[in-house]
Write a protein that binds this ligand. Structure first.
Ligand SMILES: [Zn+2]
Length: 409
């Protein structure tokens, strides 16, 4: 027994000596410190073009450097800087024509391959909530711990994981800015990248992965963008995630920019909550063990995808109607994890058509005008049919009752 023990120890010692001397990473600890730093009040909500954004970007670049990622921004640094002109918005502090400077943060693992996997998460948020806030009390710092310090933390965790694994593809990690303003950073990257679209193997996006609930509900978008995704997502799910799959490559986050450039995409999201786009989206409500699970799951999915020769791209059907350029909006936040009949509303924007018509959070939209709304796709299709200025009867279910609300778009 003792001899066996000594032999075993000796074998282990030899095995250890042949390994690299990279120190063990405490992922949970890193997720806590990354989210805590990024969602701290001193970063003032990380709005693109502000000092808080610069501090956040600098922090992410330092983390990438420490992990050992190669700078892949402009001029061999980690930042990819761009400027955008602000659109006019009545509640904006910035006026039409004001130029905003934003920066994506890019770090690279070179595995000497012609193809590259992109893993991204946006790091910007709403600042003081001048635009996009769902809070009634204006002017407070919106820390965005879940949206999306959580995704950035998971991305940095995956960078540590893949740093010492020789994958078939290179891996590019990107922290996007300006997502909250309309996917600015990812859009700029796709159109100004040194990588051609065909060099991008597939793209993984994480936007809000910090609120895994006790049922382990996880939404995964874009599974229709490659036929290989669904079987791999299923076979890798040894964590008991209750997955809600969505086929479309077009959704409310940065993966959309890549999908529109014909890159297969997967977007991971732990779901809406009452603090979404409010000053209360804070670190204290983050489920860090949940981030561990989601990042480990994504690691396993990427390792499986890496074994394939190619990840073929397929267009998903919803985009046939020209990326759904809506002329109208209801001004609500849909519950993307709802799997009943209809479109459940998870948040109402102030002074927008739904709120003015008396529609409330929790209502389930089942009909708009003459069109039935059975799911999110029906809802999106309805919006693309309506013109600005028209009045539509929207039928909602509220508890047991069915109400008809007159919405003016
Ligand atoms: Zn987000």
């Amino acid at each position: 027994m003792k001899l066996l023990y000594i032999l075993l120890s000796a074998t282990l010692l030899v095995a250890c000596n042949t390994q690299t001397t990279a120190p063990a990473v405490n992922y949970l600890e890193n997720y806590v410190s990354d989210v805590t730093y990024l969602a701290h009040d001193s970063l003032e909500g990380r709005e693109v073009g502000t000092q808080g954004e610069v501090i956040a970007a600098t922090y992410i670049a330092e983390r990438m450097k420490k992990i050992g990622l190669i700078p892949k921004g402009d001029d061999s640094c980690y930042f990819q800087v761009f400027t955008r002109k602000m659109k006019a918005h009545p509640h904006d502090t910035l006026m039409l024509g004001d130029e905003i400077e934003g920066r994506n943060v890019l770090g690279f693992i070179d595995n000497n391959s012609k193809s590259t996997i992109v893993i991204g998460a946006h790091y910007d948020h709403l600042g003081y909530g001048e635009e996009g806030s769902l809070s009634d009390s204006a002017g407070q710092i919106h820390n965005g711990a879940d949206d999306n310090a959580s995704g950035v933390a998971a991305m940095l965790g995956l960078a540590s994981k893949f740093k010492n694994v020789k994958l078939k593809s290179n891996v590019l990690f990107i922290a996007f800015t300006g997502e909250e303003k309309g996917l600015w950073g990812s859009n700029y990257f796709v159109k100004n990248s040194t990588l051609s679209n065909s060099e991008m193997n597939f793209m993984i996006n994480m936007d809000m992965v910090g609120r895994l609930d006790s049922n382990n509900r996880l939404a995964i978008y874009g599974i229709g963008t490659s036929p290989v995704f669904k079987p791999i997502l299923d076979s890798c799910n040894t964590w008991g995630f209750k997955s809600k799959f969505d086929s479309s490559g077009v959704g409310p986050s940065d993966h959309t920019s890549f999908y529109l450039a014909d890159v297969p995409v997967l977007h991971f999201f732990t779901g809406q909550h009452k603090d979404y786009h409010k000053p209360t989206d804070d670190t204290e409500f983050i489920n860090f063990e949940g981030i561990v699970m989601v990042a480990d799951y994504i690691e396993s999915v990427v390792l499986s995808l890496n074994k394939l020769d190619t990840v073929p791209f397929t267009k998903t059907k919803e985009t046939s109607n020209k990326a759904r350029a809506f002329k109208v909006t209801l001004g609500v936040i849909p519950d993307y994890l709802y799997d009943g009949i209809g479109m459940r509303i998870d948040g109402i924007k102030q002074e927008r058509p739904a709120q003015i018509a008396g529609i409330e959070k929790g209502d389930v939209v089942v009909k708009m005008g003459e069109f039935e709304v059975k799911n999110m796709t029906d809802y999106m299709n309805c919006l693309s049919k309506f013109e600005k200025g028209i009045t539509v009867i929207v039928q909602v279910k509220r508890g047991e009752s069915v109400l008809n609300k007159k919405v003016v778009f």
